[in-house]
Design a protein around this ligand. Structure first.
Ligand SMILES: [Zn+2]
Length: 435
């Protein structure tokens, strides 16, 4: 899918990530991976269109050894510097011209460094995972690493047959050849590069059929705890569909990696948890709800600029409260009062709609974001708030969104203008009173 968002300024939070001058419509990744030595040997074929005349263009790619770069099948010149691959095609590309670029590369994938710690491809004790948000995609494939440039993907990964491999989308092939197996996944719905993921481990799977099929992928010994802890996910999907509209992808996969993880992380159609999030007593069900909600808010509706991160994290946090409310736990009102009290005791120096790049994952963004939605719900009333949310997910399904898109929509649905509410909650620093 190729589309441009007219009049949208470039993300200023991560100016070194992503490139101008072209859009990728499809990524075809052929990966050959050896778990023990953490060795990746790969070929990535990107189908793109030039959006301006191009004498050269750049891709985001970590420190791999690049053997060659082909543009429409012909060798191009290239140079690597920091996490960029500069490519000069044999012939300049005209605006609107479609082209393919194929990159052959090898190396030991490792997380990229960031203000939020290592991101992307990570070696586990016996396997690997990818947690790409927000800048980890170049740790394993060449891309135009912009959240607002979504594309379809085909991911093929070959590794020793002892391992189970998961990637985004539907499994379209599994071929065993000698001691290795090739797994093929296709993601048809457009996906931001940072949401692309592969998970490799000695895993078992539990399939749960339903209108939205669920797949649980986990270490064998954790099967009982995993099945219990994610046992209410079907009800959760139903509760969220009622409030947010239809689940946006064909299926939902939960991977419990065979290691402890600091936090769970979302990928498209998938969430990744650590063994420490599974206690067999649903002790982390709040996080189960949070990651599931990202399928609507973050993965289907993806921010166009990272400063709009509250459109992901505020909504996913609010979904935790909605699930608690729907499942007979604490009401959203009770959550809101408690968190409002806690935020009141913290520094009030953060603007929710523009928190600053180093603070996009600050917990205040999550909680104030959820409080903003609750304030809006209290002001608009149930009868207007939830239909508005459902229109939000329908109108921007598989697209990119900004805070202004959301406030304009709320403006249309509210009986009284919510403008003062947004001015205080989104653009002011001081914590407003709850309506
Ligand atoms: Zn989140």
């Amino acid at each position: 899918m190729i589309e441009d968002v007219p009049g949208l300024e470039r993300c200023t939070y991560l100016p070194e990530h992503g490139n101008d001058g072209y859009r990728v419509g499809h990524y075809d990744l052929e990966l050959d991976y050896r778990v023990g030595p953490n060795r990746l040997s790969a070929s990535a074929r990107l189908s793109a269109v030039a959006t301006a005349p191009l004498v050269r263009f750049d891709l985001d790619l970590g420190p791999f050894r690049v053997a060659r770069v082909l543009i429409d099948g012909r060798a191009g010149r290239f140079r690597q510097r920091r996490d960029k691959l500069h490519v000069t095609p044999p012939r300049a590309l005209g605006a609107g011209q479609r082209f393919t670029v194929e990159v052959r590369y090898t190396g030991n994938p490792r997380p990229v460094t960031s203000p939020w710690g290592g991101l992307g491809w990570e070696q586990l004790t016996d396997g690997s995972l990818v947690a790409g948000q927000p800048t980890g995609a170049p740790s394993w494939f060449p891309c135009n690493d912009r959240a607002d440039h979504k594309a379809s993907f085909r991911i093929s990964l070959t590794t020793a047959s002892a391992y189970h491999v998961v990637a985004n989308g539907r499994e379209t092939g599994r071929r065993r050849s000698g001691a290795t197996t090739t797994w093929v996944y296709e993601q048809d719905e457009p996906m931001a590069p940072y949401l692309a993921s592969v998970q490799i481990g000695r895993y078992q799977t539990t399939e749960i059929p339903g209108r939205v099929p669920q797949r649980l992928v986990h270490p064998g010994p954790a099967a009982g705890r995993v099945r219990y802890d994610f046992g209410r996910q079907g009800e959760m999907i139903a509760a969220f569909e009622e409030r947010f509209g239809p689940y946006p992808f064909g299926a939902y996969t939960v991977v419990v990696a065979d290691d402890e993880l600091e936090i769970p992380v979302e990928a498209q159609g998938m969430s990744v948890f650590g063994t420490n999030h599974v206690d067999g007593r649903r002790g982390a069900e709040r996080l189960v709800a949070h990651e599931l909600a990202h399928q609507w808010f973050g993965n289907s509706l993806t921010l166009a600029r990272w400063r709009d991160i509250w459109l992901h994290e505020g909504f996913a946090t609010y979904a935790e409260w909605l699930w608690a409310e729907a499942s007979g736990g604490e009401s959203a009102d009770e959550h809101a009062l408690r968190w409002h009290g806690r935020l009141a005791g913290q520094p009030q120096d953060l603007v929710l709609a523009d928190p600053g790049v180093e603070r996009i994952f600050d917990d205040r963004v999550y909680k104030r974001g959820a409080l903003t939605l609750h304030a809006l719900r209290r002001t608009m009333g149930e009868g207007r708030f939830f239909p508005m949310l459902r229109e939000w997910t329908a109108a921007h399904r598989h697209g990119t969104v900004t805070t202004e898109d959301f406030t304009r929509l709320a403006e249309r649905h509210a009986a009284q203008t919510p403008e003062p509410l947004f001015a205080a909650w989104l653009y002011g620093r001081r914590l407003p009173r709850l309506p």
